[in-house]
Design a protein around this ligand. Sequence first.
Ligand code: 5AD
Ligand code: SF4
Length: 493
Amino acid sequence: MNEQMITNIPEEYRVDEPVPAHEPERQDFFVSLCRNYIEQNLKEGRQLKYAIVTFGCQMNVYDSERLKGVLEKIGYTESSEEDADLVIFNTCTVRENANQRLYGHLGQLKPRKKANPHFMIGLCGCMMQEPSVVAKINTSYSFVDFIFGTFNLHRLPELLFARLHENKRMIEVLPEPKEHVEIKGAKRKYSFKSGVNIMYGCNNFCTYCIVPYVRGRERSRTPEDILQDIRELAADGVTEIMLLGQNVNSYGTNFMEESEVISSNPEYGFPELLEDVCAIPGLVRVRFMTSHPKDLSDKLISVIARNPKVCRHIHLPIQSGSSALLKAMNRHYTKESYLSLVDKIRETLPDVSLTTDIMVGFPGETEEDIDDTIDVVRKAGFDQAFTFIYSPRTGTPAAAMEQLPEDVVKTRFQRLLNVVNEVAHQRCGRFEGLVKEVLVEEKNAQLENFMTGRTEENILVHFPGDEALIGKYIPVLLKESKGFYYLGEAVRK
Ligand code: 5AD
Ligand code: SF4
């Protein structure tokens, strides 16, 4: 996988001024060139619009917010997918169904491409890092206008300009990062909360997982850069920060190449970073995601305990409760060590909400393995478990193993899901009748005159209120547990 670089962006452009050689100046230059195109259209009475459709995880959500910021700088305005002149799909390839969803969307867009000469389609994200996907798009979806990958997100303006300039499909997918350029000026969905990448990539090579192949080796950003970003966000009104990484607990093991000076400081890891983030004035809540059970340290637990700003919620993917399967998955922990980690966390943080990811149908799995997983679900008392059917990913070791029959997997999946739901319902009910602080996020889409917010445990609460509350922290009485969320009522302070 990823053995070859795919690129057809021209080196030379026929433009009046010299093209800056370095970033970010180079992309700023292309932003202004693209803006001419928008202005030309405006003169003809068209305001060009964009939509970014995001699949997958929080990393992609945050990447999309940054791409939106870039498109707005160019002069596009955001619209629905149906109304957009430019649709970019930020793709996920962690499971095959995410891939199928993309192809479904593309099939539907083909007629629009014919009907509207201005209509453009761009593809980016993890799926594009697979050469077989790019090859398929080239043959079966040749109406796509441009493609880029996970290592060159910042080059969207140049790619867009090249597409407009050359009037042919542009593809730039790099097999590994060449340089790292942070994109500034994200267009956030919520003014009061934001993700912040603290690291990129993953070194763990769980045998089922494609992430290390499509996101590359683990690279941590420097504490200085991260803290500066967060200070800027706080100054811009952000009060809740989500620190993002595939395995935040190994933060600081491998710094980015440009920051080798700092990589010599073995004392600075995730707990230290978390503490420094908490010290930033203006922040009320700090979250992080995702934790690998093999790397969650005692030090981290005590930093969480002594910093009330760190939300009492830990997402700790277990994948399976069977030690044998965990070994086959290359997870580096056992059922017992996971459970003792949970005990340790609960001793220090009794109210913590624990969520997890579980996979069913990994090659070699038996009914007893599912029994083990169910046992852990009950003992650990997960507040929520995201359950997935194993999906073989080309190039990963598990894809070459003998796969299980679909019907067997479906029955096991349902068996597990019943227990997961039962436990989550019990756990969610534990706050019924209490008043909890809720960060109000948005208007409730279903219930009229209701707002929706989250407790620090990441539990959703719907309650009567108005839009003036958005972005505020207010005490809410959790009147009725509905299993995964609460109906509540705001109380006066
Ligand atoms: N098939 C199914 N689920 C997967 N995940 C990762 N790879 C696969 C795969 N090949 C799940 C894991 C991970 C979550 C983000 O996605 O549970 O924690
Ligand atoms: Fe994938 Fe494992 Fe890395 Fe998570 S830790 S991204 S599951 S390889």
